[in-house]
Every structure is written in C-alpha cells, then in structure tokens.
Design a protein around this ligand. Structure first.
Ligand code: GAR
Length: 205
C-alpha cells in the first residue's frame, strides 16, 4: 500500500501515449485514489519505457519470446506484481493476450482501453491501427473508445466507460486513430482508473 492509495501497474507494448495520459492525470490530480508503481512492457524497444523512466516509475520488460512460453511469461509477470504489491492492472496498448489462468487471479482488477465502441470492431485480431482500418472499411460514421474490465473473453468484460468520436470524410486509419486517442482514450482511461481505484479503496476500508 502507498499513502492509502491503490497500487497500479500499467502494461504497455508500444508508444505509450495512454501511459502518458495516466502519468499526466496522476500529476494533475484526476487520479488521486491510485498510484502507478510499476510499468511492464512486453517489448524492450517500446517508447513507453522512456516515458516511464522520465516519470521515475520502475519499468520491467517481460518478453514472451524470451520467456519461451505463455506460462513462463505470466509467471514472471505475476512475480513482479507480487513484488510491487500491485492491486490494479491497467492494459494501455498491451499487445499480448493474458490467459484465463491469469485474468481469473485479478477479477475486476484488470482494465483495458480499446479503440472502438465495443461490441464493434473488437475481439481477436482487432488491435491498434487494425481497429480503425476496420471501422473505415465498414463505413461507420461514429466510432470511439471503450474502457472495460478484462476477463477470459478478449474485449468481452464489463464496460466501465465509453466515448463516441466522429469519423470524418477523408480519414485515414492514422487520422482516425489520433482523433480517437485525443478525444476519447486519453480522457476515459484516466477517469476509469480513478473510478476503479476509488471503488477498490472503498472495498478495503
Ligand atoms: C491505443 O489506441 C489502444 O487503445 C490500442 O493500442 C493503442 C496503443 O497506443 N489498444 C488496443 O488495440 C488493444 N486491443 P499507446 O501505446 O500510444 O497508448
């Protein structure tokens, strides 16, 4: 426990703009019930690692390839979570799937941000830019982002928050991705993390 706050670990694999939003909102006080204690990256070249280091947050790289198996990968992560006494896990652009064996250990204690309005464009194969490519290919006029609890079904856990974003004429997957990040993900992820941290704090008291 840290100063009566929920200990948070953020899992990343790439640019880490959502991690940055969490760091900034922790600084500005939007996140006050929890504290980011650890960042775990599944890739050693993720830019997110630099963001964690700049913010003075311990960062560990756990690569599935180096671990050799899903079981070893999750074992290593679980031991880090124990070491840092983590109570809430935030998947912020984490591109590895966690097994049911893992998610069952943290019921309602893992949240994920997904760049569409679930149940559209979600589940296996829908991640990162692919989600926006699919939204444009379908021709939807509104998309958005969803923050949800993580269970054994990919993108299938209970929804915590959603925010809609307009699709504009001439959008490319990249322009749409940016608009969804700025206008939805970077807002509802920190808000959801505060909401869940406050709930967990209340549960403890
Ligand atoms: C974000 O758009 C996030 O929603 C998405 O990957 C991007 C990561 O960006 N996550 C998924 O697609 C998970 N299914 P970031 O590393 O800059 O935060």
């Amino acid at each position: 426990m840290s100063e009566g706050k929920i200990n948070i670990a953020v899992f990343v694999s790439g640019g880490g703009t959502n991690l940055q939003a969490l760091i900034d909102k922790q600084k500005s006080g939007v996140i006050s019930s929890g504290k980011i204690k650890l960042v775990i990256s599944s890739r050693e070249d993720a830019y997110a690692i630099k963001r964690a280091k700049k913010a003075g947050i311990p960062c560990e790289v756990v690569s599935k390839r180096e671990c050799g198996s899903q079981q070893e990968f999750e074992k290593r992560i679980l031991s880090l979570l124990k070491e840092y006494n983590i109570e809430l896990i935030v998947l912020a652009g984490f591109m590895s799937i966690l097994s049911e064996n893992f998610t069952a250990k943290y019921p309602k204690r893992i949240v994920n941000v997904h760049p569409s309005l679930i149940p559209s464009f979600c589940g296996k194969g829908y991640f990162g830019l692919h989600v926006h490519e699919a939204a444009l290919a379908y021709g939807v006029k509104v998309t958005g982002a969803t923050v949800h609890y993580v269970n054994e079904i990919p993108d299938g856990g209970e929804i915590i928050m959603q925010k809609a974003v307009e699709v504009c004429d001439g959008d490319t997957p990249e322009t749409l991705q940016k608009r969804v990040m700025v206008n939805a993900e970077w807002i509802i992820l920190p808000q959801s993390v505060e909401k869940v941290s406050a709930l967990l704090l209340k549960e403890k008291s």
